[in-house]
Ligand binder design. Sequence first.
Ligand code: HEC
Ligand code: HEC
Length: 440
Amino acid sequence: MSVKARSLPGRKHTTASRAVHVAAILGLVSPAACRDKRLPPPTAVAKDASSSAPAPAPVPVLFGYRFSKRPSAVAMTGLGRKLFFDPELSASRKMSCATCHDPRFAYGPPNELSTQLGGPDLKSPGVRAVPTLRYLSTVPPFSEHHFDEAVDESIDQGPTGGFSWDGRADSAHEQARAPLTSPFEMANDSVESVAARVAQGSYAGEFRQTFGDEIFADPKLAAGAILISFEAFEESPRDFYPYDSRYDAFLRHQVELTPREKRGLALFSAKDKGNCASCHANTVRKGAFPQFTDFGYNAIGVPRNPAIPANKDPSFFDLGLCGPLRTDLQAHKEYCGEFRVPTLRNVLLKRVFFHNGVFHSLEDVLEFYATRDSSPGRWYAKTGVHVEPFDDLPPEYRANVNREPPFGSKPGSRPALTGTEIADLIAFLKTLTDADLVAK
Ligand code: HEC
Ligand code: HEC
């Protein structure tokens, strides 16, 4: 908890984390820490928690929902956990959130599929790889212009934050609405219809105890209770941000890294080598432990993935920030191809990488970083002998692709990282696995 509380001063105005706001509502951090003026102040609960006088319990308003009873953090977290693992919440009655976000894999996908099958008959493939849900608690709400006082307050860092690969959801509870109703995922017509099912389910009584007896009388309110419970669960430190990897222990000066892991760390940070840390932030800043992402957006130019059925249509392109899934930035052609930098915590447990799941091993990912520009023929489509670099972007957007180290070398030149360096980097990435997920 202290880690999170101390991370607050670095996140001002636009960067105030919505998750922090929820934590404040739940009484986990001080409401003074919650600076996002666009959100209602979490006074009702916080006051209640700290006063010993038997003041009449005010009716709390959480994200605009007025429940007749003040829900406790513990109860909401428990309900969120039940909802998360409940296949009855899907139209197929066979798929829960955990089907795609499996706790054994840091709430990432349990298999090698580039995209998971969902929908009413579990036959509809989506277009994106399933991300891990660990370490999302500090994702700031999406902002097109991000100013970070911990780096340089005067520099516009560009688009930052938001949930999903393109940042189109502003909070975990808003994000929960999407899979519940997405035709590729749990395929319900509305969260209200999910609420009707919960009302008939085995833990309906617990919902009434937590949110008030009348909770199911108003479908909108019941839907709100469901979404808020998901968010409370996803805010649970034990489940979602334990900060107990070997690297965290190293940052706390509790363990030493091996020489190989240290070499990997040095390559990760060196601006002229891996340069990974420039996007996958790896140092303690203002007391906050690193998330291995700056929550910013970049175009890496990953190869097109023929395993995604939508890609059979040569005119279909998933362009991330500029659409087609996200619709509000379509006019911003300079953002086409950009996706949110993912965390690298627990990355060793993954078997699908990048937004389109095109790679299935960490070695391939790193070989790609090392040779994207020196040997493009290894990665991209060819017509005859002609290689088409960045083949998952229409030609007019290929200039958006990042060309800083480890990228930017000339075709035919040496790889940016040798085989040994790649092995060292992987040894370092291995230190990012949380203690409960390290293979025993
Ligand atoms: C069929 C597989 C599937 C199911 C079921 C599913 N998700 Fe997801 N989830 C995804 C995919 C794919 C994405 C990335 C979506 C995107 O970027 O457009 C995602 C993204 C997310 C994110 C954002 C992560 C980030 O990095 O910003 C959250 C939070 C999330 N899901 C929560 C849930 C919850 C809660 C449920 C259950 C109500 C759920 N998911 C069910 C596949 C699934
Ligand atoms: C310019 C910013 C940038 C740099 C530098 C960078 N990355 Fe990334 N990284 C990204 C972005 C953005 C993605 C997601 C791209 C996508 O899916 O289209 C990503 C994805 C990844 C993934 C896949 C994770 C997942 O969950 O799918 C791994 C692994 C990774 N990076 C490791 C590294 C390593 C190791 C280095 C250094 C050799 C590095 N990155 C350098 C921005 C960067």
